[in-house]
Design a protein around this ligand. Structure first.
Ligand code: PEP
Ligand code: CO
Length: 460
């Protein structure tokens, strides 16, 4: 069976003639897809998505590829941050602003302390799909489908909530559009103006050690800006920032329905987000996810865990980027603090020897999750830092370039990861444990991480 999309012009990518009004995606094995109980309802949702306007533009995706290309050679550093799983309930102005503010503050720290331009990317406006290690969850003898992200089902543990509902796909599109609209307003309309560096540091974080250290940077920046203005300059770059939206390309029905041919270049783009990544569980070379990522022209990422074989990753990179466009592919390694030194080098060496221009990004979250005694899924801040240190050390040893970090964070004062100067302890986890999926760094832990990474960048 091939999935036929009749109302959207499909990918050419050498496989399809340009200008076709109908195309079919190849029928390849696709893991981690929900079992939708009502096929007709699914097709109705897909048909709705196929005619909705793009959330992002092809030109923006190309600009991001170019900026990522700079990270390949060490002329920029990529900062990706946001929720593990966005939820419709938390898609509010306050929550979006807090997350954006955290990434902006981290970016100021990195830019100021390490003098490196930062490519800012949010796990936002589309991060509504989750792969799971188990298809079902059992509580007190009751077995239900696992929570697969708000675009599929709801988190509450009851039969109705956990049943996949295709209208949620449509809702995810609209929620993403609303979030992106606000982010565009914030980043282009003055909120992200460098003159606001102090304003981002208000509320609870200001009095923390990281907040105070940030405040000193902000004061220096203010002074420098006054000097620049007094000299008669007011560069546009100070008032606006580019901020890109990223999510895991997990749901093939959703991503395919939002794939369009760009009228300018005739190439297919997934217009659901600027940057899409393929997860650790779905990156098989013969699977539908890698085929999808190979088809669209957006910049793409691939998660790489400790069991990945170097040959296998090279094959994926070749498939995704036969033309070797710098910045087209990011390899997002998530080895775990204990394994990074052993597992990372052979993969880097293989890719480096091939000459492929990839961005090396460290995800210090997904290899470091464990269950606390209280039963909460958590991560230790020391492990997070440990993996980033290991990542930088391996690259330094091999003479390759650490190009960015990819973290799960929130702008709020949550207690989900233990440690850091914030001193979240295992006993404290229940206090504000709000994530719908994996534990996120809180704002203070995020700033602290940025300061530590800035130091590592200086030594790079
Ligand atoms: C994620 O980034 O939320 C995720 C599930 O990561 P991974 O595929 O690396 O496990
Ligand atoms: Co996660």
């Amino acid at each position: 069976m091939r999935q036929v999309c009749s109302s959207v012009r499909g990918p050419d990518a050498g496989r399809y003639p340009t200008g076709v009004s109908e195309f079919s995606w190849p029928d390849l094995p696709a893991t981690q897809q929900p079992v939708w109980p009502d096929e007709a309802a699914l097709q109705r949702a897909v048909a709705e998505l196929q005619v909705l306007p793009p959330l992002v533009f092809a030109g923006e995706c190309d600009t991001l590829t170019e900026q990522l290309g700079k990270a390949v050679v060490g002329e920029a550093f990529v900062l990706t941050g946001g929720d593990c799983a966005e939820t419709f309930a938390a898609n509010t102005a306050d929550s979006i602003r807090a997350r954006l503010k955290t990434v902006l503050q981290m970016s100021v720290i990195l830019t100021y302390a390490a003098s490196v331009p930062v490519v800012k990317v949010g796990r936002v406006a589309g991060q509504y799909f989750k792969p799971r290690s188990k298809a079902t969850e059992t509580r007190d003898g009751v077995e239900l489908p696992s929570y697969l992200g708000d675009a599929v089902n709801a988190l509450a543990f009851d039969e109705v909530a956990r049943r996949p509902d295709p209208q949620r796909l449509v809702k995810a599109y609209h929620a993403s559009g609303a979030a992106l609209n606000l982010i565009r307003a914030f980043t282009q309309g003055g909120y992200a103006d460098l003159n606001q560096v102090h304003a981002w540091n208000t509320d609870f974080v200001r009095d923390s050690p990281a907040g105070q250290r940030y405040e000193r940077i902000a004061t220096d920046i203010d002074r420098a800006l006054r000097f620049v203005r007094a000299s008669g300059a007011e560069p546009d770059e100070f008032q606006r920032v580019d901020f890109y939206a990223a999510h895991e390309a997990l749901s093939l029905v959703y991503e395919r329905a939002l794939t369009r041919i760009d009228s300018r270049t005739g190439a297919p783009y997934d217009v659901s987000g600027h940057f899409l990544w393929v997860g650790e569980r779905t990156r098989g070379i013969n699977g539908a996810h890698i085929d999808f990522a190979a088809t669209v022209r957006n910049p793409v990422g691939v998660k790489v865990g400790p069991t990945a074989a170097p040959d296998e990753i090279l094959e994926v990179v070749e498939r995704l980027n036969p033309q070797r466009v710098p910045g087209r592919v990011s390899l997002i390694t998530r080895m775990g603090a204990q394994q990074v030194n052993d597992a990372l080098p052979s993969i880097i060496q293989k890719i480096d020897a091939s000459g492929h221009p990839v961005v090396w990004v460290c995800d210090p979250m997904h290899g470091n999750t464990y269950e606390a005694q209280s039963g909460h899924k958590t991560r230790s801040f020391d492990d997070v830092i440990g993996e980033v240190r290991g990542f930088f050390a391996v690259h330094r040893r091999l003479g390759t370039i650490p190009g960015g970090i990819h973290v799960e964070l929130t702008g709020d004062d949550v207690t989900e990861c233990v440690g850091g100067t914030a001193g979240v302890s295992a006993d404290n986890l229940a206090h504000r444990y709000e994530t719908a999926c994996d534990p996120r760094l809180n704002r203070e832990q995020s700033l602290e991480l940025a300061f530590l990474v800035a130091d590592m960048l200086l030594e790079r």
